[in-house]
Design a protein around this ligand. Structure first.
Ligand SMILES: Nc1ncnc2c1ncn2[C@@H]1O[C@H](COP(=O)(O)OP(=O)(O)OP(=O)(O)O)[C@@H](O)[C@H]1O
Length: 452
């Protein structure tokens, strides 16, 4: 295969062997380095997909210390890069150690160039496949239906939910109102082995204290005035399924003790009853309140907190999710336009800018309601900022311009590299993975003086 875009870095201190390898691997774009420092500089500059490296490198060419140090640093700097380690013919121990550290493969010296070329080719193919896989994964939105996001923080939350779904641990979802706590609790249930059973939710803030107790634990006939028949509580009804306690931060103290007992003993006693009924439920809770602060204020039991918060998942507010407000807005417009039989509707430039700049204190719920109203109210198929009831923010097109964004990122990286290397141009250029002349060009472009 002759593809010059495939960059191979050869780390080899023997000039004769270096030359031989360049020649043998001329179907790749081969760059060479003869020691650790130059190898790291080449790695930064060329970002090769594949590296072959000798383990014996100067200043200690007769042992493997420098080689292993380089291998470790390369794997940190470029974990996707495939490193093929060249070892002595009988040095199996170091070969195995290198692969255990994360090297892709090893080869004994002297090697047959054709065989090594095949291994290199395979490494490139694997690298390309993994890159493609990452690209496809990045295109995906969240892994759950019902949760729309492309924000890295929120995607991490989704991955945590996936990971803990199958474990039978109690999960606390913490986040402001409308951030999607219930959506995530339902996803947790759907991904768990209990998905075929019930998901039961109760909002601890919405029900008065005396009613809440009977809602949670149930009651026997005649337990209190109006208790006409035996009624199981919600916890009991959720047996084998998932029980979602929303707004747990608002649970009255008296019920906190009772809930704690249930979490410890896993039995419920109906009001007015004497029987202890075993219940097997997975408990998920959520609150927008700061539970630690409530513990400090004596409003929430610390022992209950630790029972409930075996796994804590913090959900970021909408304003901290990059690009999500507009992404969600498009999805809501489509959904509500369809629900209302309004045909194809779209958001105008001014409304997109307004959505981006609004802080959304009510999070996704506020955005959802805002678009629901706008779809109904809009006079044409184009939704304006006025339809949204938001101030038509000046569209900051400069911020959206990709070249401007890139320039700004580059300017900052150059300033940081120069600061870290105390103005040393050669080292700053190495750190940035560019040549010295390129760094000078950038410094000129951004008006950065050599001393700065
Ligand atoms: N990432 C999301 N993608 C799509 N819809 C979402 C998302 N997050 C939330 N929603 C929608 O926003 C609304 C509010 O979400 P949810 O009820 O889960 O929030 P909450 O944090 O539980 O709110 P509260 O604290 O007020 O109970 C729901 O209609 C939900 O479907």
């Amino acid at each position: 295969m002759n593809d010059k875009r495939r960059t191979l870095l050869v780390v080899e201190d023997d000039p004769a062997l270096q030359k031989q390898m360049r020649w043998a691997f001329d179907s790749f774009e081969t760059v060479v380095a003869d020691d650790r420092e130059s190898a790291l500089a080449q790695l930064r500059r060329h970002e090769p997909a594949v590296v072959t490296m000798d383990l014996g490198l100067p200043p200690h060419p007769d042992d493997v210390s420098e080689g292993f140090r380089l291998l470790g640093e390369m794997l940190v700097l470029a974990p996707e890069t495939k490193v093929i380690v060249l070892t002595g013919q009988h040095d199996r121990e170091n070969a195995v150690r290198a692969v255990a550290m994360g090297a892709y493969d090893f080869f004994g010296k002297p090697f047959e160039p054709e065989l090594l070329a095949l291994t290199i080719d395979r490494a490139f193919r694997l690298h390309d496949l993994q890159a493609e896989n990452h690209r496809l994964m990045a295109q995906q939105t969240s892994p759950f239906s019902g949760v729309i996001t492309r924000d890295p923080g929120m995607l991490k939350v989704c991955r945590t939910v996936e990971r803990v779904a199958s474990a039978n641990v109690t999960v606390a979802l913490l986040g402001a109102s409308g951030t999607g706590k219930e959506v995530l609790a339902r996803a947790l249930h759907a991904l768990s082995s209990r998905s075929k059973e019930r998901f039961l939710a109760i909002n601890c803030a919405a029900i008065p204290e005396n009613l809440l107790e009977s809602e949670l634990f149930g009651y026997e006939k005649g337990a209190f005035t109006g208790a006409a028949k035996q009624t199981p509580g919600k916890i009991e009804t959720a047996h084998k399924g998932t029980f979602f306690l929303d707004e747990i931060g608002d649970l009255p103290m008296s019920l906190q003790a009772k809930l704690l007992r249930f979490l410890q003993e896993r039995v419920v006693e109906r009001i007015g009853g004497r029987e202890e009924i075993p219940v097997d439920v997975r408990v998920v809770c959520a609150t927008h309140r700061d539970l630690k602060a409530r513990i400090q204020a004596g409003l929430f039991r610390e022992d209950l907190y630790y029972r409930l918060a075996e796994i804590v998942i913090d959900i970021p507010p909408l304003r901290e999710r990059d690009g999500d407000a507009v992404l969600l807005a498009h999805a809501f417009v489509q959904r509500f336009a369809k629900d209302n039989g309004r045909g194809a509707m779209h958001l105008g430039e001014d409304s997109l800018a307004a959505i981006e700049t609004h802080p959304w204190p009510g999070n996704v719920r506020e955005l959802e309601n805002c678009l629901k109203r706008a779809v109904i109210m809009a006079e044409s198929n184009r939704i304006t900022a006025a339809d949204l009831g938001l101030d038509g923010a000046e569209s900051d097109l400069k911020e959206l311009n990709l070249r401007h964004v890139r320039d700004e990122a580059e300017r900052r990286a150059v300033i940081r590299a120069l600061a870290r290397t105390n103005g040393n141009i050669a080292r700053a250029a190495d750190a940035l993975g560019i040549s010295r002349p390129s760094l000078y060009d950038l410094m000129n472009r951004f008006g950065l003086k050599k001393e700065s």
